[in-house]
Design a protein around this ligand. Structure first.
Ligand code: URA
Ligand code: SF4
Length: 214
């Protein structure tokens, strides 16, 4: 893939400007079968940024991140953790839905390393404008994009990490005063055998972030 960089306006001053440009991104092949680009959502003054994997089937159709079942669960967990939803910006590591057609059904496919790398410049551009205080990394794909290939969510979830954690974040990430915290993806909670326990774990991790931002 050629990557998203060449589609990003230089010196963008607003998230809307980025979103408009992202609608035309052809940085990797995922733009073609998908319905539309699903850009991040939230205010420019958000202090907390959540980074998921990629839009799902519902998000692809509505053009908004986390508006399907995983999104509902995430919103509940954010509330339960005491994080003010008006302080939150939500986005994804990859901004087009990757799927496989089975008959008329569109089956989610995890984005590959090439998609994650191709799409990361959008994330970098969002961070450059947002300058968040807290970055919540949801699941393995976001961890690969932001924390490097050797990061393990299961091992290091729920722990505050300084930003930039020298060896982990890519060089081109804008420096901010942010802290980061990784946790499981809300879709993993929906798939878990013991859903209540998995949900409680997600909320407990988010409470660590909530306390840190006060
Ligand atoms: N899962 C994600 O990672 N992002 C969404 O927007 C929806 C589901
Ligand atoms: Fe561009 Fe990302 Fe969509 Fe690929 S997934 S076309 S890099 S917005």
């Amino acid at each position: 893939p050629v990557g998203a960089q060449q589609f990003i306006p230089e010196n963008a001053t607003s998230l809307d400007e980025l979103k408009t440009a992202a609608a035309k991104c052809e940085g990797c092949e995922l733009f073609e079968p998908a319905t539309q680009t699903v850009f991040g959502r939230g205010g420019a003054d958000a202090r907390v940024v959540f980074v998921g994997e990629q839009p799902g089937d519902v998000e692809d159709q509505k053009g908004l991140p986390f508006v399907g079942p995983a999104g509902r669960l995430l919103r509940d967990a954010v509330d339960a953790a005491g994080i003010d939803a008006s302080n939150v910006y939500i986005t994804n590591s990859v901004k087009h839905f990757r799927f496989e057609l089975r008959g008329s059904r569109r089956i989610h496919q995890t984005p590959g390393p090439a998609h994650i790398t191709a799409c990361r410049p959008w994330l970098v551009a969002e961070f450059a404008l947002l300058k968040p205080e807290m970055v919540i990394v949801l699941g393995a794909t976001a961890a690969k994009s932001l924390l490097g290939p050797s990061f393990r969510v299961t091992r290091s979830r729920g722990q505050l990490m300084p930003w930039p954690a020298a060896a982990q974040f890519p060089d081109d990430f804008p420096a901010t005063q942010a802290q980061a915290l990784a946790t499981i993806h809300p879709s993993a909670v929906l798939r878990a055998d013991d859903r209540d326990q998995a949900y409680a774990g997600l909320v407990a991790d988010l409470k660590v972030a909530a306390q840190a931002i006060g």
